[in-house]
Ligand binder design. Structure first.
Ligand code: NAD
Length: 290
């Protein structure tokens, strides 16, 4: 396929490289970075998408996605697929899909989980919203860039799935960390706590697969000085998107709101910026109730 790729940052560059290595013809554009190996570099976003069957965007947020969409939609070929893999607000995803469809294009929102390691290894998970025929046509690309894709329904539903998942993740991580901090103060050994909880009803991905306590459970960022992994500021971004969506949809999400507030404090006022999101444990560890 002829693929245009806009946004060659930490995630986009390795995704574009993997597509090029699989013998697709990839032309990229970014306002800052250069093209990874095997990817041609265009002088503008419009030039990168010229004649493309599929255009992939991997951008920081919804406002930038809307700007880029204004530049590329008018020059894309009718019937081509606009595949946005960024994590953005549901409203922007639906607005851009509507704009693309009105111009005779097909649109998919396909945010990912798996992080930079997954982008590099081609093992991302894609959560996809949009028409079934566009999803079917994009499947070979998901297979190259990832190991799993789930079609979640209409446009915006990929973003909805992503922020609901990450709201659970943020809430659960906080719950796991505060429980470890309480266990410490009660004199309960962390390994014993893990052995019980990981096989009892309190088990979760954050406890069993990504344990925030160093030296306990499988290897995780906690064993590497809380180097991310998944940085606390990215968790904050996703929690804020979940609360923005909850407000628009009039959904009551008190735990998501509290998690968003705690990660905001952690990232903006404490030492959380640049640390893994599981570094909430040392944060709780050093605190009392006041
Ligand atoms: P990044 O900041 O490294 O990359 C974004 C790129 O977009 C940058 O290179 C930037 O120069 C480029 N860009 C900005 N405005 C542009 C424009 N107008 N035209 C062309 N290029 C432009 O971010 P990232 O880590 O690659 O993340 C990309 C997206 O993936 C984000 O939405 C993020 O939330 C999501 N995501 C990231 C991770 C992760 O672990 N990094 C995991 C899952 C999802």
């Amino acid at each position: 396929m002829k693929i245009g790729f806009i946004g060659l940052g930490n995630m986009g560059a390795p995704m574009a490289r993997n597509l090029a290595e699989a013998k697709h013809e990839v032309t990229g554009f970014d306002v800052v970075t250069a093209a990874p190996s095997g990817v041609a570099f265009a002088d503008s976003a419009a030039e990168a998408v010229d004649g493309a069957d599929v255009v992939i965007t991997m951008l920081p947020d919804g406002a930038i996605l809307r700007q880029v969409a204004d530049q590329i939609i008018p020059v894309m070929d009718a019937g081509a697929v606009l595949l946005d893999c960024s994590t953005v607000d549901v409203e922007s995803a639906r607005a851009v899909a509507g704009q693309a469809e009105a111009a005779g294009l097909r649109a998919l929102d396909a945010p990912v989980s798996g992080g930079i390691g997954g982008a590099d290894a081609g093992t991302l998970t894609f959560m996809v919203g949009g028409a079934a025929d566009a999803y079917r046509d994009a499947l070979p690309l998901f297979d190259i860039m990832g190991q799993k894709a789930v079609h979640c329904g209409a446009s915006g539903n990929g973003q909805a799935a992503k922020i609901c998942n990450n709201m659970i993740l943020g809430v659960t991580m906080i719950g796991t960390c505060e429980a470890f901090a309480l266990a410490d103060k009660l004199g309960l050994d962390r390994q014993a706590m893990f052995d019980v909880v990981s096989t009892s009803s309190g088990y979760s991905w954050t406890m069993n697969a990504y344990c925030p306590a160093p030296g306990v459970g499988p290897v995780s960022p906690a064993d590497n000085g809380y180097q991310p992994g998944f940085a606390a500021e990215l968790m904050l971004k996703d929690l804020r998107l979940s609360q923005q969506a909850a407000k628009v949809a009039d959904a009551d999400t008190p735990m998501g709101a509290k998690a968003s507030e705690l990660y905001a404090r952690f990232v903006e006022d404490e030492d959380g910026h640049g640390r893994d999101f599981s570094a909430m444990l040392p944060r709780f560890e050093g605190r009392g109730r006041s």
